[in-house]
Every structure is written in structure tokens, then in C-alpha cells.
Design a protein around this ligand. Structure first.
Ligand code: BGC
Length: 361
């Protein structure tokens, strides 16, 4: 069914023609109710973070609008729970699986079962590694997320203009999430030259990915690490100028630690997801920016992929070289992330209907 390699170029051309309107075409196609009740399994990692609740709900409603039945499961960030949920989806007769993995490396065995049962798999947001059962990948441009975070710090500190030295600390995400490395690399490709030239100083000396990773993307773990960094390096009044945080849950840990240290002035703090807590923190001047990834668009694009798979037509992809999962490049559709801060959040988040004004009060 997948004709994966043979169709890469065609897929690329098709996707290129759609690039301008990620999500637009799917609004048309997902309204045509052609799913005929086919059962689709949607596996999400956790309900703990706001975004995955939105992702799950968006996927469910878009698929149902298109005439599919949906089995939606959340796995409480527990790998064995996710594996057994996927096993159940297979035995319940799901015809396509859409999976946002907890740990990209832990699904090989269950996905072999899917492949043996001829059930195609779409990796959602996070790439599933070391499995040849993954047909497509729908995500945001993860490297670009990191680049935008790094550039925000570069701009706000005036690093290009030669200003500095400034103090920086770094927090990224879970090592089992393939995205975390992309976010980190995108940001570090902007910031590393300044670290090397001494214009950015990381007083904790934690710069390498393994030293700045945050298991489970946990707010509490980020907060504990930031507490320790403050007490070892900044308790004497040394100014911390910027904190690169790969997402909002880690940014929240950092702002909590700064709040409890009683600092009056907040450093530049980056984030990702535009979770409500973080947007409120942006409005309050505690977090400087977040990356807005419109989960409605990602869901629409993924539903287009599912429809193409079910109908045996070409799925939309716009990247056929970046995401090698260890078994080969997985044809991908990358939606574009944009940065949000207190100057543009109203038009991005409220005018677009993503949030209501009252959500942010
Ligand atoms: C997602 C981010 C999210 C993080 C933690 C990543 O894979 O791309 O949007 O903040 O996981 O859940």
C-alpha cells in the first residue's frame, strides 16, 4: 500500500503546491465525510500537558467530521501503557494508527505487529525511531522551533551588534523524544558561536545536550535544576540575562524557581506551545516568548494523510530528507512554527480563535 520510496518525489511536489496553506486543503477534504466509519487509532502521550489534550481532541473531531470512527487514548507518559494501548487498537481493528510516542525508541515490537497486520502508522509530532513500520511523519519544523528561540535571544540581547558578555542558562527536553535534539540543535546553531567567543557565558557550565536535558519535560525537574543553578551561581547578585527553554513546561519550572528566589527582574526566557500558563506569564512579563504551534493545523494535515492512506492516494509531504529514523527517511509534512510574545499574542492566539480572551485572565 505504501509505495514509500517510489512516491517520495510525487509526494514532495504535491506537498509543495500546498505549502502555502498548511491545513487549508484538509478543511475542504475533511468535510467530505468519506471515512465510512473506518476505525482510526490515535495514541497520545499524556494529558498532563495542555497541548496533547488539544491535539487529541482536534484529531478526534477532524477525523469524525471526515466520517471516521476514532479510538483515542492517552498513556500518562508511561511507555508500557502506550504499548498496550496500541496493541488494543490493533486487536480492535484500527485501520491506521496515529501515534505521538512517549519514547521514540520503545515501540519497535508493537509496530512490527501493526506492520504484520498491514496497518500503516503515522508518527504524530514526534518521530518514532528504529522501526520500518512508520509510513509518514506529520510535525512542525522542529529545527526551526529551536532556531527561532535562539534568534529571539540573539535579537533581544543585541548579540549581532556585538553587545555582551551576557549570562545564559540552557534547558531542553526529554532525551527519549527525538524532537528535543532538533530544538536544541536549532537553538545552539545560533547561540554556540557566541558561547565560543565569550559573548554568552554559561556559568553552570552545562551546555551539552545530556547536561541540559529534562527528563519527561518535567516542570518540577526543571525547577529543581534551576533552583540549584541559582544557588550555586547567581545568589551573589550576578545577573542572569537569558534562559533558553525548549518548551513551556520547562520554562514554567524556570520561572517558578526565579519567583521563589524573589528576583524582581526576569531574564529573557523562551518557550514553546503557547500553553495558557505561559501566555499568562508572557503577559505578566515573566516569560518573554513562546513558539506557537497551531495544533489545529497539525491535526488537519494528519487527517489528510490518513485519508490518503485509506484511499490509496498520495499523502501530502514536504520534506523527504530530514527525518531518518534509523531505518530510512520517513516522508514528512512540516508545519511552520511562529514565535509569539506579548506584542503579537492577541492577533496570533485570540483573533485566530485559538483562545478566548477570558482563557488568559
Ligand atoms: C513537542 C512539544 C512539547 C514537548 C513536551 C515535544 O515533542 O513537540 O510541543 O512541548 O514534546 O510535551
Amino acid at each position: 500500500m505504501m509505495k514509500k520510496l517510489g512516491t517520495l518525489l510525487l509526494c514532495g511536489a504535491l506537498a509543495a503546491s500546498m505549502l502555502a496553506g498548511c491545513g487549508k486543503k484538509s478543511e475542504e477534504s475533511s468535510n467530505n465525510s468519506s471515512g465510512d466509519g473506518t476505525l482510526i487509532g490515535v495514541a497520545m502521550p499524556t494529558k498532563d500537558l495542555q497541548r496533547w489534550n488539544q491535539d487529541g481532541e482536534n484529531m478526534k473531531s477532524e477525523l469524525e467530521k471526515a466520517g471516521y470512527k476514532v479510538e483515542l487514548q492517552y498513556a500518562s507518559n508511561d511507555i508500557s501503557t502506550q504499548v498496550s494501548q496500541i496493541e488494543t487498537m490493533i486487536s480492535n481493528g484500527c485501520k491506521v494508527l496515529v501515534i505521538a510516542s512517549i519514547d521514540g525508541d520503545s515501540l519497535g515490537t508493537v509496530l512490527q505487529q501493526a506492520k504484520d497486520s498491514k496497518i500503516p502508522v503515522v508518527a504524530y509530532d514526534r518521530l518514532i525511531m528504529n522501526s520500518d513500520a512508520v509510513s509518514y511523519y506529520a510535525t512542525f519544523d522542529n529545527y526551526m522551533v529551536g532556531t527561532k528561540q535562539g534568534q529571539y535571544i540573539e535579537d533581544k540581547l543585541g548579540l549581532k551588534e556585538g553587545k555582551g558578555p551576557f549570562n545564559l542558562e540552557i534547558f531542553t527536553g526529554d532525551p527519549g523524544d527525538n524532537n528535543a535534539k532538533f530544538f536544541y540543535n536549532g537553538a545552539m546553531d545560533v547561540l554556540k558561536p557566541y558561547i565560543e567567543s565569550g559573548k554568552l557565558v554559561v556559568k553552570s557550565k552545562s551546555v551539552e545536550f545530556a547536561d541540559v536535558a529534562t527528563a519527561d519535560w518535567s516542570t518540577e525537574k526543571a525547577q529543581n535544576r534551576m533552583d540549584a543553578i541559582i544557588s550555586s551561581n547567581y545568589n551573589d547578585g550576578t545577573k542572569l540575562d537569558a534562559v533558553l527553554c525548549s518548551n513551556d513546561s520547562t520554562a514554567n519550572g524556570v520561572t517558578n524557581a526565579i519567583d521563589s528566589a524573589g528576583w524582581k527582574e526576569f531574564p529573557i526566557i523562551t518557550g514553546q506551545d503557547c500553553d495558557i500558563t505561559s501566555v499568562k506569564n508572557m503577559i505578566a512579563g515573566k516569560q518573554s516568548m513562546s513558539i506557537f504551534k497551531d495544533t489545529r493545523k497539525l491535526a488537519s494535515k494528519t487527517v489528510e494523510m490518513v485519508q490518503a492512506i485509506v484511499k490509496g492516494t498520495e499523502a501530502p509531504v514536504n520534506d523527504t530528507k530530514t527525518y531518518d529514523n534509523g531505518k530510512g527517511v520517513v516522508p514528512s509534512y512540516l508545519c511552520e512554527p511562529v514565535f509569539a510574545d506579548k506584542d503579537n499574542y492577541k492577533s496570533l492566539l485570540i483573533d485566530s480563535g485559538y483562545y478566548k480572551e477570558s482563557d488568559l485572565q
